[in-house]
Write a protein that binds this ligand. Structure first.
Ligand SMILES: Nc1nc2c(c(=O)[nH]1)N[C@H]1C(S)=C(S)[C@@H](COP(=O)(O)OP(=O)(O)OC[C@H]3O[C@@H](n4cnc5c(=O)[nH]c(N)nc54)[C@H](O)[C@@H]3O)O[C@H]1N2
Ligand SMILES: Nc1nc2c(c(=O)[nH]1)N[C@H]1C(S)=C(S)[C@@H](COP(=O)(O)OP(=O)(O)OC[C@H]3O[C@@H](n4cnc5c(=O)[nH]c(N)nc54)[C@H](O)[C@@H]3O)O[C@H]1N2
Ligand SMILES: [Mo]
Length: 762
């Protein structure tokens, strides 16, 4: 292998890399020399930097200039303006709305995976900017595990999701049975927020399948690659809670529950056990009961339940399980199962969320010190759970329940989005389109002509990570990464930082936003903080120049293998959980207060799932994360296109379901339900359980009425909260029908920018 360590290093969410730069262009990407399994996604950078879809100049929508009230958003032409004109317009609009309606009429929408670098992290900059000018409506929780974020603190206290999971070393050494609900799909390990130095999928799988018996409990067999030899237990989507309850019921009924554990470490288990026994509702949650719901034979459930007691068991679930209607329940049922088995806090055992969901879950905690710019607080105190954005725009002033409170949707007049793509990520896009017609003004900072940029009134072109200096990394990754600016900004692109600094200046708060600093000053200040933090831990930090030249800092390996809740187990009085009882709550009065909730884990009908299939919508659509790209990013790059056929994504379908519809492999398809339709290509896959189809997210929404000419599953998904407690995204509860689409497919419009009129400016 050629030595590339002299080349400048940079990084993205999909990994660190070194780049060959010639004549101001990135000509070749080389994987980071210490990454054992680099992602191919970085190969797209050379073409992405000056791709035809880059936004090159500030533009304003023609209809907005003509006062169309938002009617043509998504279908309009744009007029090019100078940066000064654009900034004057944007600052003018923010000022006008603020004066007329107050700061709570400004929505700072920035949910999304913008930059791995921490200084130029768009969401942080949005918060800092709006904090500086008196506040805005913010977003809380996320799409990834929003239901769990709101819900789990009541049950197990803070921090049981996102990063804190028992380490792989502990699983490898101690675990006997690894129950992988939702599997451990390799594709999801390609990315990590903040950047990846070391992709650890192979070592994780080697540990998780080499020692313990690993069971992939998922509608999709390939959620664990065949070569790892996991057992496959196909389960109907959204029915995991029922399976977990039946496993628990057998263990309890057969006298195998760890009653000492339940008494010492949990609170309120009696109600749940009575429910499992059928004492509260007349229905025992037996394997026979669960067989109906899960599609798994009762005998197989009973056998698995009998295998568990006396073994070291890890009940692991990935995040997709809770991105569903009543997605809080499978997580609660998983915690209850691990508790009944007495496994919580033991090496290699217990429960965990997210091993299969992103890189490095299960790594030791390197505590890599990383700092973004400080945000400045939000004087309005207003925010919404992020997945309720359409509800907010369509129902200003309406009340809703969330997190145990009744809240009121603000009356938003101006939406500013930087660093995310709601027309990628949100559910029921036709409804979102309607919602995006409501505000008076929509401003988007984007590097590319995404579907969201196409729905904006003013689009400001931003740089991408390779066009600026930054520092990236993640707490469970071994490497802190020096993200070098490799090329000058494309065309008229500017950093979000510069844009917000200029806007703040125009609004009289320039100093509050910048503190008189340029990005280089922030970088130097950040390095100072990093050095101090490392020094306080006894690590001698390199100089900034050394770090920058080497491209990375390798963090020392932490001494201990982490076991989640080990301290609680060792001494529950000294290390109580941050819950009302200080213990694991198998009864929660706060949960009981919500409509339809019993206060303990409960089977609640997911409403759109195979148990409710109809002739019009008989198939359960799952929309997992895409391989070959991150969400909607790089949708039209070569690596992403490799998996497409006729520029559309493939819908994975069981051959029997295809045959029943006269569909042949490679046929063009219309995928539809009452909410909308999109196009896709049939791909046979006997790893998909019958009745289920898979269409990954990420295709750029290209609407023609209710039809998406492209393959975005979010025209089909339902826009409803997981529950009134969590209000998380419920994308994985969705029924559809599929039929052959008469070819030829309509041409895509979103492969090129919208029509832009150039205008001579003074
Ligand atoms: N049906 C369905 N829908 C889902 C999911 C699902 O499982 N099923 N999953 C959900 C989940 S978990 C997530 S996290 C979301 C992801 O949704 P998003 O994070 O919104 O998706 P991305 O395509 O990554 O959008 C990030 C955008 O930021 C832009 N960007 C990058 N760098 C910069 C920058 O420096 N400045 C600015 N201003 N912009 C920048 C990129 O060009 C890109 O358009 O999708 C959710 N949607
Ligand atoms: N390559 C790539 N990797 C990514 C991302 C990306 O865009 N591209 N996005 C990242 C982000 S932001 C996030 S939040 C994570 C998300 O991580 P996850 O939520 O874990 O990812 P998904 O791909 O949505 O789901 C994984 C698998 O769960 C299974 N599944 C779905 N519903 C159910 C169910 O009800 N029960 C069971 N048992 N299984 C089910 C599906 O078969 C699916 O293949 O992925 C991250 N990783
Ligand atoms: Mo996510």
């Amino acid at each position: 292998m050629t030595d590339t360590s002299h080349l400048p290093l940079s990084a993205s969410h999909w990994g660190a890399f070194r780049a060959e730069v010639a004549e101001g262009k990135v000509v070749k990407i080389h994987p980071f020399e210490h990454d054992p399994r680099p992602s191919r996604m970085n190969e797209a950078w050379p073409e992405m930097l000056d791709a035809p879809l880059r936004v090159t100049q500030p533009v304003v929508r023609q209809g907005w200039l003509d006062g169309d009230g938002g009617a043509a958003r998504g279908d309009d032409t744009y007029v090019e303006v100078s940066w000064d004109e654009a900034l004057d317009l944007v600052a003018g609009e923010i000022g006008r709305v603020r004066e007329t309606h107050g700061n709570a009429a400004l929505f700072g929408g920035s949910y999304g995976w913008s930059s791995a670098g921490r200084l130029h992290h768009a969401r942080t900059l949005v918060r800092r900017f709006f904090g500086a000018i008196g506040g805005f409506v913010d977003q809380e929780t996320n799409y990834s595990y929003g239901a769990a974020m709101a819900f789990l603190p009541r049950i197990v206290g803070q921090g049981m999701i996102g990063s804190s999971v028992t380490s792989l070393a502990s699983i490898k050494a101690e675990c006997d049975i690894f129950l992988a609900f939702g599997g451990l799909p390799a594709k999801n390990w390609e990315i990590q927020s903040g950047g990846v130095g070391e992709h650890v999928y192979d070592s994780f799988m080697g540990g998780a399948t080499g020692g313990p018996r690993c069971i992939n409990i998922s509608p999709y067999r390939k959620d664990v690659e065949d070569r790892f030899g996991a057992e496959w237990l196909p389960v109907r989507p959204n029915s995991d809670a029922a399976l977990m309850m039946a496993l628990t019921q057998v263990i309890v009924a057969e006298g195998k529950a760890d009653t000492d554990f339940l008494a010492r470490y949990t609170s309120g288990h009696e109600g749940y056990l009575a429910y499992l026994a059928g004492e509260s509702d007349g229905v025992a949650k037996t394997p026979e009961w669960a067989a109906e719901l899960t599609g798994i034979e009762a005998a197989r459930i009973r056998k698995l339940a009998r295998d568990l007691p006396g073994k070291r068991v890890m009940v692991a679930a990935n995040w997709s399980l809770q991105r569903a209607r009543h997605g809080e329940q499978p997580y609660w049922a998983a915690i209850a199962l691990a508790s009944v088995l007495g496994q919580v806090g033991l090496p290699g055992g217990g429960f965990a969320f997210g091993y299969g969901s992103s890189n490095a879950m299960g790594n030791p905690n390197y505590r890599t010190p990383l700092f973004g710019l400080p945000t400045l607080g939000n004087p309005t105190g207003q925010s919404i759970p992020c997945a309720r954005v359409s509800d907010m725009l369509l129902n200003p002033g309406a009340e809703y329940r969330y997190d145990g409170e009744t809240r009121t949707y603000p009356e938003v007049k101006l939406v500013y989005w930087a660093g995310g793509n709601p027309f990628h990520h949100h559910q029921d896009l036709n409804r979102l389109r309607e919602a995006f017609r409501q505000p008076e003004t929509i401003i988007v900072n984007e590097g590319y002509w995404t579907a969201t940029a196409r729905h904006a009134d003013i689009v400001l072109p931003t740089t991408v990570t390779l066009e600026r200096d930054d520092i990236g990394g993640a707490s469970r990754d071994r490497y802190m990464l020096a993200m070098h600016k490799l090329v000058e900004p494309n065309a008229g692109a500017r950093d979000d930082y510069a844009i917000f600094a200029d806007l703040a200046e125009r609004l009289g708060q320039g100093e509050a936003f910048t503190e008189g600093k340029r990005p280089a000053d922030w970088l130097a200040q950040t390095w100072g903080k990093i050095s101090d933090t490392l020094a306080a831990r006894g690590i001698n930090p390199p100089s900034f120049e050394e770090f920058w030249a080497q491209g990375y800092l390798k963090m020392p390996k932490p001494a201990e293998d982490y076991v989640m809740l080990a301290d609680f187990r060792a001494d529950p009085e000294a290390h109580p959980l941050h819950t009302p009882s200080g213990k694991i709550e198998l009864y929660s009065a706060q949960a009981a207060a919500e409509p339809g909730q019993t206060g303990h884990p409960v089977w609640l009908d997911p409403e759109e799932w195979l148990g409710a299939a109809t002739a019009e919508a008989p198939l359960h659509l799952l929309s997992p994360q895409p391989a070959r790209k991150l969400h909607g990013q790089m949708d039209f790059s070569a690596p992403s296109r490799e998996g497409k056929v006729q520029d559309r994504e493939c819908l994975q379908i069981n051959p029997a379901d295809a045959a029943a519809r006269g569909i042949a492999e490679g046929d063009a398809l219309r995928v539809f339900n009452a909410r909308g339709a999109c196009l896709a290509i049939a791909k046979f896959d006997d790893g998909v359980m019958p009745g289920v189809v898979l269409l990954p997210t990420g295709a750029t929404y290209d609407p023609d009425g209710a039809l998406d000419r492209n393959s975005n599953p979010n025209v089909l998904t339902r826009d409803i909260g997981s529950s009134e407690l969590g209000q998380g995204c419920a994308a994985q509860s969705c029924l559809v029908q599929v039929e052959r689409y008469p070819e030829p497919l309509p041409p895509l419009r979103v492969t090129r920018p919208p029509q832009i009129k150039t205008r001579k400016t003074a």
